[in-house]
Ligand binder design. Sequence first.
Ligand SMILES: [Cu+2]
Length: 122
Amino acid sequence: MKTILTALFIGVLAITVSAQQAKTIASKAQSSAKTTVTQTLKVSGNCGTCKARIEKAASTAGATKADWNSSKQVLTVSFDSKKTSLDKIAKQIAAVGHDNEKYKATDKTYQALPGCCQYKRN
Ligand SMILES: [Cu+2]
């Protein structure tokens, strides 16, 4: 009888421990999934040079992935929301000369862009 009880006790203990481990693993997976976000931002530009400039500015501001689509005029960025934000990325893009839905480049910065990059401003 004692042996059965001991076996039962060990069995319950093992189940409790593995359930706890599963919980820890699940919460770890959740926290890493939560902090990496992908968002889009409307960014004005023209050519391949603009694309490189916009994507470089995004990574300078902490984006882990950046892809600007010239025909859609949309930048898709992925970043760790604990380290940066879409706002910071948008600010950096304006700082290198590209108007976007959050910030406008200064006239001086815009005029310093190469001729082919001087997109139409609204
Ligand atoms: Cu350009």
